[in-house]
Design a protein around this ligand. Structure first.
Ligand SMILES: O=C(O)c1ccccc1NCC(=O)[C@H](O)[C@H](O)COP(=O)(O)O
Length: 264
């Protein structure tokens, strides 16, 4: 059965063909400057928060479609978010690369280009728009492509968030030297979110000394405490912040100190 990820990747293949016909100019010096999220994680004493700008999604439809990306992400950063994720996919999430460009012009924190990357040309485009972190989803890439894209991204001084959903994917990404691993709690076949996924995969990831980001379905302080106890260094939260009338208040409650033993 075709999954949502299969559908998304089919669209990305077409987008890559279109990108090949476009000129991707090098970013300005200011945009090109390095802002490393991994370096922030090394120094972190609190849980790190990646706050996501997400207008809509395949699982939820419209979430908050008319909101301004610069205004919303400035709120996130002022409240204490360490990094911002911008969903740049248009077809399924109603995002654009222009959103990321606007956010880059507004905040100085690291920005994750949240898209479905299958080709180096998308990395060039993300970098040109001002991204500091790119996402590589293990479920969408074979080992060779995962490695090629990883090497390409780090050569461009980008951080890479490698996303996994299960043990098999976690073992594959752990064969790379990448230090930043995201565990996505959302099942891409059923859309069910379950924090058990983070709890199940955390030992594997933490035993290898990697940074762990728990992604999706995080709504309450109890959820946050649960993933910290599992060993998460950070969380990636979209819908909760996008729907909340005061993302500032909810971010502040989620910025919880990590105990030393759980930092790495
Ligand atoms: O969110 C979806 O419906 C979705 C569907 C298919 C592929 C990816 C999807 N989401 C991307 C994400 O990883 C989330 O936006 C991110 O982890 C934040 O999740 P949440 O806090 O639950 O909005």
């Amino acid at each position: 059965m075709e999954t949502i990820l299969d559908k998304i990747i089919a669209v990305k293949k077409k987008e890559v063909e279109e990108l090949r016909g476009m000129e991707i100019r090098p970013a300005s010096l200011e945009v090109n400057q390095r802002r490393s999220f991994i370096e922030k994680l090394e120094r972190a004493t609190d849980l790190s928060i990646i706050a996501e700008f997400k207008r809509a999604s395949p699982s939820k439809g419209d979430i908050n479609p008319n909101i301004d990306p610069s205004v919303q992400t400035k709120l996130y950063v002022d409240a204490g978010a360490d990094a911002v994720s911008v969903l740049t996919d248009q077809t399924f999430f109603k995002g654009t690369m222009t959103d990321l460009t606007h956010v880059r012009a507004t905040i100085d924190n690291p920005i994750l280009c949240k898209d479905f990357i299958i080709d180096p040309i998308q990395i060039d485009r993300a970098k040109q728009a001002g991204a500091d972190i790119i996402l590589l989803i293990a479920a969408a890439l074979d080992d060779e492509t995962l490695n090629t894209l990883y090497q390409y991204a780090i050569a461009k001084e980008l951080d890479v968030l490698m996303e996994v959903h299960n043990e098999e994917e976690a073992e594959r990404v752990l064969k790379t030297n990448n230090r930043l691993i995201g565990v996505n709690n959302r099942n891409l076949k059923t859309f069910e979110v379950n924090l058990d996924v983070t709890e199940g995969l955390a030992p594997l990831i933490k035993n290898e000394g990697r940074f762990l980001i728990s992604e999706s379905g995080i709504k309450t302080t109890d959820d946050v405490k649960r993933v910290i106890n599992a060993g998460a260094n950070g969380i990636l939260v979209g819908e909760t912040f996008m729907r909340h009338e005061s993302p500032r208040d909810v971010i502040k409650t989620m910025k919880i100190p990590l105990v030393e033993v759980m930092k790495r």
